[in-house]
Design a protein around this ligand. Structure first.
Ligand code: AMP
Length: 192
């Protein structure tokens, strides 16, 4: 089973993806994690995207499509969870083509709905909590970058909701509640 977790920054995509990895042996493909890794290891591409990410803007389609293409060549394990990809219509079209190339298909797109006030609060708190615990703080987990991230989401990513609805792939779940509650809702939305 291959699925997309779709939703604004702070909706809980990463948390739920991790649960699907632990409980179902699926493979999480988070372009955000891949880009952060590229920065840490100091690759040319990592350096190029750093300022864009910190500002909360989207990096180019070409870069993230390239990252996903590489991962799809590998073992499909218990299926792929696309987390934070696709974020634009060209990325969605590219994903469909890439999946076809490797003989895979998309089984569901799960939209996680959370209201905007909660999103900003969650993301700003994630930054503060990481700082308080002495953990690395994401440079984009602050109120200023979050404004840009939300704007990017509404301008470029939210059209994917209609796109996948029209394809018949969309399932929407309420993303508000405990981690376990949301987990159960996602489980209910996935094909048996
Ligand atoms: P995330 O960890 O998913 O919140 O992503 C962090 C940042 O990485 C985003 O704000 C973008 O700058 C960049 N990014 C991650 N995934 C994508 C994508 N699919 N398309 C463009 N930029 C992305």
């Amino acid at each position: 089973m291959n699925i997309i977790l779709l939703g604004p920054p702070g909706a809980g995509k990463g948390t739920q993806a991790q649960i699907l990895v632990d409980e179902r042996g699926m493979i999480q493909l988070s372009t955000g994690d891949m880009l952060r890794e590229a920065r840490t290891s100091g690759t040319e591409m990592g350096k190029r995207v750093a300022a864009i990410m910190d500002a909360g803007e989207l990096v180019t389609d070409e870069i993230v499509i390239g990252l996903i293409r590489e991962k799809l060549q590998g073992d499909a394990g218990g299926g792929f969870i696309f987390d934070g990809f696709p974020r634009t219509l060209p990325q969605a079209d590219a994903l469909a083509a890439l999946l076809e190339e490797v003989g895979q298909k998309l089984d569901a797109v799960v939209e996680m709905r959370v209201n905007d006030d909660v999103l900003v609060e969650r993301v700003v708190n994630r930054g503060l909590e990481a700082a308080a615990a002495g953990k690395p703080v994401r440079a984009d987990d602050n109120a200023e970058s979050m404004k840009t991230r939300l704007m990017e989401y509404y301008k470029k990513t939210s059209p994917l909701i209609g796109y996948y609805y029209a394809k018949g792939d969309l399932k929407s779940v309420d993303g508000l509640g405990t981690i376990d509650e949301v987990k159960d809702r996602i489980a209910g939305a996935l094909p048996a």
